[in-house]
Design a protein around this ligand. Structure first.
Ligand code: SAM
Ligand code: DTB
Ligand code: SF4
Length: 360
């Protein structure tokens, strides 16, 4: 029943997604219970360590410099500030800190060295550390691993076909390459996507085919509902219905039975009942804290009440994979290579992106 398959077809996944809801829920919940404790939910806290001013044109993103959003950009945070925030997250019950930077890719130099120090600092607090910094090379993945990184987040976001309607400054294959680079280390892979960007059910299934066919499958898969931010090309997308979220979570659970499925962006629009159905359908992770990267997230106390009401408990750190060791900068085995990899720049035209950037 919960045999892990890497050869799911798009048609099979569409058929699952469109099943009568009660059948879909029952199948997903059954698989969930075989592979996980259904009353345990992993809690991550996001921290935007470098906000805004990003050169990419991701159509959903309020941090892309070219769109006229209200996001105020910030330089890279200091290590002490990151430590203070991590301690707060730990005190409020988070087992993981996920640090996000509005970068296209990582460049070797003092800023990356500073991020490595943040990783060391948080790992020493006995919390799982995740980073999402854009594209990285194998050498950079190894340096992150050596610092004690637990997970790297790099979303496929949607199907390969629809990706071309969302982003023109990089290709889908770059995303896969970064995931492959992370896989050359012991760092776990976190990769998922967004629903509600105007994509079809076929595209949602296409993304799940791509994720499920990775071998090994990602250890965690965030499912985000688009947060339609004013000024982005997707500002007028209609909100994702709760039923779509439940179906997407359940389908993800069935095709990736062992992964942690994360109920990610979009929870402010979901009722407790809706979220409870997502947990029943196999979601077993959330982002907690009143902010995601730049947009609001439910209040921590409200989430605590929800956990109490549902009898859910927060997962302890390093439950699934043991804690990595931290090697100090002075003892590092890897020197920065200063590589300039040739990530693709397809630069095809996406009308709504051009319109929103006012460059048409
Ligand atoms: N710059 C890096 C990158 O793109 O890989 C890391 C940060 S980026 C903000 C991380 C992820 O946040 C994106 O891949 C996307 O899935 C998600 N995201 C960004 N804006 C979003 C939005 N408005 N709604 C939902 N998810 C969003
Ligand atoms: C993920 O899949 N979702 C998070 C995290 N990984 C980095 C980010 C959501 C961002 C939502 C929009 C914002 O707050 O800027
Ligand atoms: Fe930049 Fe990441 Fe936002 Fe794309 S999703 S614009 S790469 S911060």
């Amino acid at each position: 029943m919960s045999i892990k398959r890497h050869d799911w077809t798009r048609e099979e996944i569409i058929a699952l997604y469109n099943k009568p809801l009660m059948d879909l829920l029952f199948e997903a919940a059954t698989i969930h219970r075989v592979n996980h404790d259904p009353n345990v939910v992993q809690v991550s806290t996001l921290l935007s360590i470098k906000t805004g001013g990003c050169p990419e044109d991701c159509g959903y993103c309020p941090q892309a410099a070219r769109y006229h959003t209200k996001v105020e950009g910030n330089d890279l945070m200091g290590v002490a500030q990151v430590k203070a925030q991590a301690l707060r997250a730990k005190a409020s019950g988070s087992s993981r800190v996920c640090m996000g930077a509005a970068w296209r890719n990582v460049k070797d130099g003092p800023e990356f060295d500073q991020v490595l120090e943040m990783v060391r600092t948080i790992n020493k607090l006995d919390m799982e550390v995740c980073c999402t910094l854009g594209m990285i090379t194998e050498n950079q993945a190894k340096r992150l691993a050596e610092a004690g990184l637990y997970a790297y987040n790099h979303n496929l976001d949607t199907s390969e076909e629809y990706y071309k309607e969302v982003i023109s400054t990089r290709g889908f294959e770059d995303r896969l390459q970064t995931i492959e680079n992370v896989r050359k280390t012991n760092v776990t892979v976190c990769s998922g996507g967004i629903i509600g960007m105007g994509e079809s059910v076929e595209d949602r299934a296409g993304m799940l085919v791509a994720l499920a066919s990775l071998s090994p499958q990602p250890e965690s898969v965030p499912i985000n509902a688009l947060v339609a931010v004013e000024g982005t090309p997707m500002e007028n997308e209609k909100p994702v219905e709760i039923w779509e979220m439940i179906r997407m979570v359940a389908t993800t659970r069935i095709v990736m039975p062992e992964t942690q499925v994360r109920l990610s962006a979009g929870r402010t629009q979901m009722s407790r009942e809706g979220q409870a159905m997502c947990f029943f359908a196999g979601a077993n992770s959330i982002f907690a804290g009143d902010k995601l990267l730049t947009t609001p997230n439910p209040d921590v106390n409200e989430d605590m009440k929800m956990f109490e009401m549902l009898g859910l408990v927060a997962q302890k750190p390093f439950t699934k994979v043991s804690q990595p060791k931290t090697v100090e900068a002075a003892d590092s085995e890897y020197a920065p290579l200063g590589e300039k990899p040739k990530w693709t720049r397809p630069s095809h035209k996406i009308e709504r992106n051009l319109e929103a950037s006012g460059k048409k």
